[in-house]
Design a protein around this ligand. Structure first.
Ligand SMILES: C[S@@+](CC[C@H](N)C(=O)[O-])C[C@H]1O[C@@H](n2cnc3c(N)ncnc32)[C@H](O)[C@@H]1O
Length: 225
């Protein structure tokens, strides 16, 4: 289930995308810094698949400890920015649609999906979970068997532009987003209470860790076989 509007929005936003990570809000940056520390430690010595890698913010950080990374995204503009960064382990970039990933089953220790889940249509979670867990090795050697990591944001990270445009029949929230040049886009962007996250993930996964901060949430999941 491709969403061309969201794809187009992120391709156009690519040059300014990473501003979100560097806003002058110490408590917000601390939440991200803590998650960076966590995922870097978990990825140490592992081969990682970073799905919807964007401009490579997380890829870059994970590369400090991982043994290798495959990073994929649908946007050429995002991939171009990501490819021009410096990495500390071998990183292969692949243009790929997360709904039809071109990777072999059972081939990665850890899969990361950063800041995508909130854009995914609620009615398609079943397919999303199938697609992103298929590349994970069944016996992932990751400590405590934590092979799938997701991070995303809560409304306070969106500042004053958190206005709903409409909600569709599936309960998906659509909102306006603006680029620096004021160009307007309407994209799917869902927000979740902690309990909602647990209800969404628990039929499919053992929830090994759930951090629900003011600005961000993250989950470490182990697929139920
Ligand atoms: C919010 S950004 C997240 C980027 C990066 N993971 C991060 O956390 O900084 C969402 C990314 O999803 C990508 N994307 C949108 N639709 C996609 C699709 N169908 N398959 C793969 N990537 C997609 C966009 O190009 C964009 O880079």
């Amino acid at each position: 289930m491709r969403d061309k509007k969201t794809e187009n929005y992120y391709s156009k936003r690519a040059p300014e995308y990473e501003q979100i990570y560097f806003r002058d809000m110490p408590d917000r940056r601390k939440e991200i810094a803590d998650e960076v520390d966590y995922i870097k430690e978990l990825c140490a010595g592992k081969n990682v698949l970073d799905i919807a890698c964007g401009s490579g913010y997380w890829t870059e950080r994970i590369s400090e400890t991982a043994s290798s990374i495959v990073a994929c995204d649908i946007s050429d503009e995002m991939l171009e920015i990501a490819k021009n960064k410096q990495y500390y382990c071998p990183v292969d970039f692949v243009r790929a649609n997360l709904n039809q990933l071109p990777f072999e089953s059972n081939s990665f220790d850890i899969v990361t999906l950063c800041f995508w889940f909130s854009h995914h249509p609620k009615q398609d979670y079943n397919n999303l979970f199938k697609n992103i867990t298929d590349p994970i090795k069944p016996e992932s050697p990751v400590k405590a068997n934590c092979p799938l990591w997701l991070i995303d944001n809560n409304p306070p990270a969106e500042g004053s532009v958190n206005q709903t445009h409409h909600i569709d029949d599936h309960g998906n929230n659509f909102k306006k987003r603006f680029l620096d040049n004021k160009k307007e886009f309407i994209i799917l962007k869902n927000y979740f209470e902690k309990d909602e996250l647990m209800n969404i993930f628990s039929p499919y996964f053992e929830i090994k860790r759930l951090v629900y901060g003011k600005y961000y949430w993250s989950v470490m999941l182990n697929p139920i076989q």
